[in-house]
Design a protein around this ligand. Sequence first.
Ligand code: ADP
Ligand code: MG
Length: 692
Amino acid sequence: MRPSSLNLLFCQIESLKGVGSKIAKRYQTLCGTYVVDLLHHLPSGVNHRPIIKDFNVVRTGDLGTLCIEIDEHIVPANRRQPYRVMGHCGTQNVELVFFNYHKDYLVSSLPVGETRWVSGKLEKSFGRIKLLHPDYMARSIDIIPEYETVYPLTAGLTSKMISKTICSVLNMLPDLPEWLDAEFIKKQGWPSWKQAMIEAHHPKSSEDLSPFSPARARLAYDELLANQLALLLARTKMKRKKGFSVQGNGELSHKLLDMLPFELTSAQKRVIQEIKTDAGEPYKMLRLVQGDVGSGKTIVALLAMLNAIECGHQAVFMAPTDILARQHFATLSKYCEPLGIRVEILSGREKGKKRTQILTDLQAGHIQILVGTHAVFVEDVQYQTLGLVVIDEQHKFGVGQRLALTQKQPGVDLLVMTATPIPRTLALTNYGDMDMSKLDEKPAGRKPIETRVLSAKKMDELIQKIHHLSVAENRQIYWVCPLVEESEKSDLTAAIERYDVLRQTFGDKVGLVHGKMKSAEKDEVMDRFASGELSVLVSTTVIEVGVDVPNATVMVIEHAERFGLSQLHQLRGRIGRGSADSTCLLVYGTQLSETARKRLQVMRESADGFIIAEEDLKLRGAGEVLGTRQSGFMQFQMADLADHSDLLWTATKEAKMILNTDSALNNDRGTALKTVLYLFKKDMEINTLKSG
Ligand code: ADP
Ligand code: MG
């Protein structure tokens, strides 16, 4: 149960005075539904409106507040001219200028002979102080804030409105029990949570807005601590879940290894050992394998599955898309057939009789490995003895989804494989509940990919060169078309246009795939490319993950500056898989910003996905890395991983210490910590903990 001290914070914003349903909708877009979401929406700036005492130091553009005595209203002859109100402040002449005005309103609010406080942007002109449409006109100075908080906005909300609503909440803010260690707070010089909230929403200078100000740092730390605690709680809970001890006799894996035309890399051997040790423990395995594209994750996954199969279990291999599922199916079938293992595929495309047959055989245990999309987890899919779930290329699941997925299959080991190297900080905040294995070595004999950066102005030349490569050297080419304004429709147009242009040179040796095609159509084009019938494959980013065509050795990426570094790295990983030299051409549009230039340089200079991921984080900030918004990566409201990585490490250490001391959070501090968990909506993790 949520502590009652948080009742106010978990009221809907709509229930606040002065917020109707229309405004509440705008808040929904801006920050969320609850009052706590509003509090976590921190200011982006501050306006200072000092009371002007000395007019000599005023410069045009300054904000200021002054008290004037009104002398005269000058009503214009027509609506095109401004309405002017003349006044003075001591010996200083002041002029208020209005273009859009209600005459009656001005007459009544600025009566001649009386004094009024006015505030706004000041302009100095021929010894006069002018205010064009003052921001405030008031009888009393009390109405006019000296410091005005500026918030990130959405349509239909102003900083003034947000400030007013937030201030009304701050006035009622409860005292929450302190969840941080007293010594630690003292050392950091941080305020209490309540005080930090108040200060964070009342900045008085740019220092107050800095992520390192005491108030902001404290709030960021609270958020990070809550996140890390929740991950560890989830993990403890999962780990306590009884699982099977899966220790194969090695019969199948030895057969497979004998069959392979290559030797495993030492990284592959190490990771497989880590997996086997983990699977052998009598609890649930939760392991993430990070391995750059081409590092050989498929074999690792297969060996993990064989280990389970040797114990009489079934395994599921889940891919994010149909194309990938099919490709994995083909690869795994090839390896498994000689081992006498039955592999089947189940995606949205297996229907009717075929599907029924697969389901029957699966339940009877005649199928050892089921490959598929999320279709492998719909209600009516029943396994005989599912022992291992492998999820490939997933950065589409959040912690919550991962929990949900594994809860449906209690006790089953989970192996997640990602080809997107994750910066350490992101790995910590998103996968803190999992054990990690790293495939940090590429199979030997891989030739480095040459990466070149060139301007789109040289497009004609480029096409000729590519054509030459395809004809003279029989090379195959991926051609990736740009992201246009993040809209799929315009992406498509760009890809189709490029396809048409390339056809003029390549004739019917060009194929086109895009996200709007039916999977069968896509597969057909991909097959023609894989078989060598097509020389060029034009695509939107659908080929991003997984596709394996060793003869494709050239990758052209148009408007490379619009892609994230990790995405570029993924794309580039599609080539360099065979024995021939490979080239990646990053084509940029007309204008390159400084950051864009740096990013393309990183691509040219580094081939290491982990380095690239770290650079990406530095250059773009956590919110954008890997397109996190779409990918289900954790988004923080107040912490920023680029700024607060030190705090993250501290929070992680602290969370571990807390749970080592009292894993159930049963002491006094534990009660306070539960409050902060609820504050950041980690209820689900808490509830999972309870139910076990
Ligand atoms: P990814 O990690 O990108 O999923 P894959 O598992 O698809 O990589 O492997 C890429 C290619 O490398 C495949 O053709 C695979 O057969 C090959 N491969 C895997 N391991 C090795 C190895 N140890 N030595 C040589 N080639 C390997
Ligand atoms: Mg793969």
